[in-house]
Design a protein around this ligand. Sequence first.
Ligand SMILES: [Mg+2]
Length: 261
Amino acid sequence: MIDIYDLLEPQIANPRKTGIFSDLDGTLSEIAPTPDDAIITDEMRSIIKRLAGKYAVVSIVSGRDSNEAKKVVGLDDIIYIGNHGLEWLDDGKQFYVPEAFDFYGLASNLAVELTAILDGFDLVVEKKKLGVAIHYRQAQDKKLAKISIKQSIKPFLEKYPLKSLEGRYVIELKPDLNVNKGKAVTVVALRKGLERALYLGDDMTDVDAFRAFKALRNEGRVETVSIAVASDEAEPSIIGEADYVVQNVGEVQDLLNWLAK
Ligand SMILES: [Mg+2]
């Protein structure tokens, strides 16, 4: 078994040419009953702050809106990539993938309609800038909830250029564009001229980033390492896509603390 600290030694040796990218929910924060309840600990926040002072890039890569991710993390000087790469906050400025901006109004209508359709189930319909996430973590019967959600979004998938994504007790509707976390981290890593980069994530949408990082490494463009956070909720297959696995948010914190030294 490779030792993760050996693997990351070169990254720590050259921080001004290294980027640290991480998912938020389930990676830096424990999964909460609803998205609004998610918090990161003060200790984790202070570690991220130290990382931001040391490394060329520190970026949160989330399915949340970037400004919502920023609210949770509470730090200014990092890049927040939101909606799985469709929009981001860099240096306090908001950017969008141009094609995604057309979905701004549609997303808000979808949230209203789906909230009405799914009323009565124990679900949380999260309205995002460029999509809708329906969380069924709190549903009594999760299997039934999942089936009901899939049925309710079907007409919208047929009517609009949207696609659905599944994660840890969440189903999302988002623009059917060729954009994902992997594309987003690739763009940032290359634009910022990174020589090394690390990615951490716990869910299906993070696999796009694991694969993109593998491609960057195989092409000799960026020396990358990707780390999956294990959970009994996510597809076990995601583990095999990363270079290394840690068991929980606590182990992520230990690792980032070591990188921040
Ligand atoms: Mg996650």
